[in-house]
Write a protein that binds this ligand. Structure first.
Ligand code: FES
Length: 90
């Protein structure tokens, strides 16, 4: 699934880190949106069947759990914040 931003490009810039690397986002994006716009997977499947990108994008499927500032969070339900640290494994 490829994400492309087509609107609302004038929102405030936000930088978070994903596995220690900086990722640019815009205020109001979810963590899922930020990672997918950056071309990153959300995580790798614990069952060995590859990278995951989320499925429902609305908090129902449980496919997007990550660690956000050390706490488990659903990427599709978590808004980005400046300096936020996301870990896709661990
Ligand atoms: S993508 Fe389904 S719960 Fe987040």
């Amino acid at each position: 699934m490829k994400f492309v931003r087509v609107a609302e490009t004038a929102r405030e810039a936000v930088t978070l880190t994903v596995d220690g690397a900086p990722v640019a986002a815009l205020a109001g994006d979810t963590v899922l949106t930020a990672l997918r716009l950056a071309g990153l997977p959300l995580r790798h499947s614990e069952f060995g069947d590859g990278a995951r990108a989320g499925f429902c994008l609305m908090g129902a499927c449980q496919d997007c759990w990550l660690l956000v500032d050390g706490r488990r969070a659903r990427a599709c339900q978590t808004p980005v914040a400046p300096g936020m640290a996301v870990a896709t494994h661990g």
